[in-house]
Design a protein around this ligand. Structure first.
Ligand code: AHN
Ligand code: ZN
Length: 342
């Protein structure tokens, strides 16, 4: 797993220290407030939340539809079929669908023919939210316990299809009830074509090829959004989503907002309060290159060596490992966040 460079970590640490100081100051202010004015607490706890509708069966069927095609590795025929299905499915929910076709060079020199697929709601609105996920699947099960599997492609039910399934169900819901702001659902190709763990090829930026392209060549010139949410591995039973380092560096207020909404909806066993180290994922490039503050809802498991989901980059990442309750927790939290934007 890649970590950020020393200066980056230092910057993150500095910002964490600074926010730590702010939290101490803020909490002492609010404590004093409560002492002087006990009514403020009742006003705070009476805060209303309207849970967005979200159909986990529908989201699951969108996940299964993808895995039924087999591994959607970039350049494969299943990838092609999936691209058409994603485009057509988004078109059921919005007339504003764009497909970005482009070539990118993989770490091993292979030219990949990639497609980012974008569905927009309220395309004319200035105030926008970006929702994204990657839809390709990894060509190598390079984390599989069985050596014999390590060059086989994975189904990527969790790593890829789960986030896309949740976003397609969100698109379906947005078609039934329009949000107050604009929403762009961006599905990235070529996220998972990075060099295998057991090869020493030192290639920079070999992951996240679709998001790197989109960040430099957005589907709308000079595209911007208030904030972005990336979904990555959001379907495992009892998944835990921590406050990841890049997200906390670039978009701490939005992380805290989303986690607070999750807690109000009763999902605090999924959206846990721990801060974990920075990882390179599609949101890193969106933050860096497009400067849209973007957070990553990504499964963190402190008990695995990778710190990801236990079947991460293994043949075990299949539809059997997808839990509707987790899709529900993530989908309802994200959509409630979207509907709250005015
Ligand atoms: C790396 O391992 C470099 N990044 C994790 C991003 C990822 C891969 N998400 C899903 N698959
Ligand atoms: Zn992956």
């Amino acid at each position: 797993m890649n970590l950020y460079s020393a200066p980056m970590i230092k910057a993150v640490v500095n910002s964490l220290l600074l926010s730590g100081v702010l939290i101490v100051v803020m909490s002492s202010i609010s404590c004093n407030n409560h002492r002087n004015n006990p009514k403020s607490e009742t006003a705070e706890t009476a805060e209303k939340i309207i849970p967005a509708p979200f159909d986990a069966d529908s989201a699951f069927s969108f996940v299964k539809k993808q895995t039924d095609l087999g591994p959607r590795v970039s350049n494969s025929s299943a990838n092609n079929q999936c691209a058409s299905w994603l485009e057509n499915t988004l078109k059921r929910f919005t007339p504003e669908v764009k497909v970005q076709s482009f070539d990118a060079k993989a770490y091993n020199g292979t030219i990949l023919h990639l497609k980012n697929i974008i569905g927009s709601f309220n395309p004319g609105a200035d105030k926008r939210v970006l929702l994204c996920s990657h839809w390709d699947s990894r060509p190598y099960a390079d984390n599989d316990p069985d050596m014999a599997n390590r060059r086989k492609p994975i189904d990527g039910a969790n790593d890829g299809a789960s986030g896309v399934g949740v976003l397609l169900e969100i698109a379906r819901q947005l078609s039934l009830k329009s949000p107050a702001i604009g929403v762009d659902i961006v599905l990235f190709d070529g996220e998972d074509y990075g060099s295998p763990q057991d090869e020493q090829s030192q290639v920079e930026d070999d992951w996240c090829l679709g998001s790197q392209y989109w960040s430099r060549n957005p589907h709308v010139p000079a595209y911007s959004a208030r904030f972005g949410i990336l979904l990555d591995m959001v379907g495992a039973p009892s998944a835990t989503f921590t406050k990841e380092g890049v997200s906390m560096y670039y978009a701490p207020d939005y992380v805290n907002r989303v986690w607070h909404i999750a807690s109000q909806l009763g999902y605090d066993s999924y959206f846990v309060n721990d801060e974990t180290s920075a990882i390179i994922d599609d949101h890193s490039y969106i933050n860096d290159l497009r400067q849209v503050p973007t957070l990553d809802i990504i499964h963190h498991d402190p008990t695995t060596q990778s710190s990801f989901y236990k079947y991460w980059h293994t043949l075990g990442d299949n539809i059997e490992g997808i839990d509707k309750q987790t899709l529900m927790a993530v989908g309802q939290t994200v959509l409630t966040t979207v509907y709250q934007e005015k």
